[in-house]
Design a protein around this ligand. Sequence first.
Ligand code: PGA
Length: 251
Amino acid sequence: MAKPILVANWKNHPSSLKEAKTLLAKISKSSRLYKKLHFFVAPPTTYFETVSSRPKSLLNLASQNVFVDLKGSHTGEIGLDILKSFGVRAVIVGHSERRALGETSKDVSLKVKTVLKSGITPIVCIGELTKDLDGGHFEFLRDEIRESLDGIKRSDVSKLVLAYEPVWAIGKSATDSISQDDLVQTVIFIKKVLTDLFGRILAEKVPILYGGSTEPANAETLFSNTGIRGFLVGHASLDAEDLKKIASAML
Ligand code: PGA
């Protein structure tokens, strides 16, 4: 059985390098636990050096975004060569908070292809905007997956990670998150879409993560028998104790 995957998406937090160092020091105290996982921390880029100085056996550095072009001059952007030089091993692509700023699924597919060329793992985010108990979100998800993975070579499919993050569940609390039953159904649906695109054998190789108010209170329920391989955790990853409890729930 492959190790579960845990991605701590710090977004634009903590608000100082000092606090980031304190958080890392607390996380490092549970290194025996995190070694049992594929554990990634995606900090603001200004904290890359600090996070990457931690042993690879504890954590791997991830980026929250990448610029789409490999060459040229692009003020304010960060390209793959810089990410690589810090030892970045995975890049979150198409997070809903970036899509809300105008990133389209077409942009996402271009970024995914760029990332794949470099040997870094793209963690491709998808998720419907509003809760739909009648299943209307399935069509939305199908289109978003197809467009976000458009043009990916079959030989690259096994290098992808997909993160299902229903936007309505992000940044809330465990009680507002998705139910276990709904997650099971949606994961089955995502697997079906991947199978239609790439065939069953390749589709099975794509780990599916869940993100959206994962907290200690719901981590075990959402991880057990739902078909996911791990979590992309936002706010709870800024609390070392909560993150530790989520990590433990996956083992
Ligand atoms: P959340 O964020 O855990 O705070 O809901 C998840 C995410 O946006 O990746």
